[in-house]
Design a protein around this ligand. Structure first.
Ligand code: ZN
Ligand code: ZN
Length: 137
């Protein structure tokens, strides 16, 4: 097999992994997930491809959670929630960034607003319930 074909196979696997996940994986978790299927996969290959995908607009970086960058294969604008306790990143599709917010931002910046990333942080349902029930972390 030509090296380029192999290269593209890895590239596609990494992209597929992101586009099929709503967990907003880190480079490390993508690597851990693909390694059993692609034994010669290197961590550097995952990082390199993630940077390329970001440049090409195929994926986006959601946030750095506890020092680890998290990625999203869904590049349509949507709102995120990050649990500061367990590091879970979830989509809040019910919450929409309305035109009022864009209008306010456009007015405030005086130029042109092209994108908006809105992220809420706090405790996810599981962590909140655990806290409420008095169980210490
Ligand atoms: Zn949590
Ligand atoms: Zn997302």
């Amino acid at each position: 097999m030509a090296p380029s074909a192999k290269h593209f196979k890895k590239r596609d696997a990494i992209l597929h992994c992101l586009q099929c996940s709503t967990a907003h994986p880190s480079a490390e978790s993508i690597y851990a997930q693909l390694k059993p299927q692609i034994p010669d996969l290197a961590m550097g290959t995952v990082y390199r491809n993630l940077n390329l995908f970001k440049e090409q607009g195929l994926v986006m970086s959601v946030a750095t959670v506890r020092g680890v960058e998290r990625y999203d294969g869904n590049t349509c604008p949507h709102v995120h929630f990050i649990c500061t306790h367990c590091g879970a990143v979830t989509d809040l599709h019910e919450v929409q960034v309305g035109p009022e917010l864009n209008a306010a931002a456009t007015g405030a910046c005086g130029g042109r607003v092209e994108s908006c990333q809105l992220t809420f942080t706090g405790l996810c349902r599981e962590c909140y319930q655990r806290k409420e029930s008095g169980e210490s972390a």
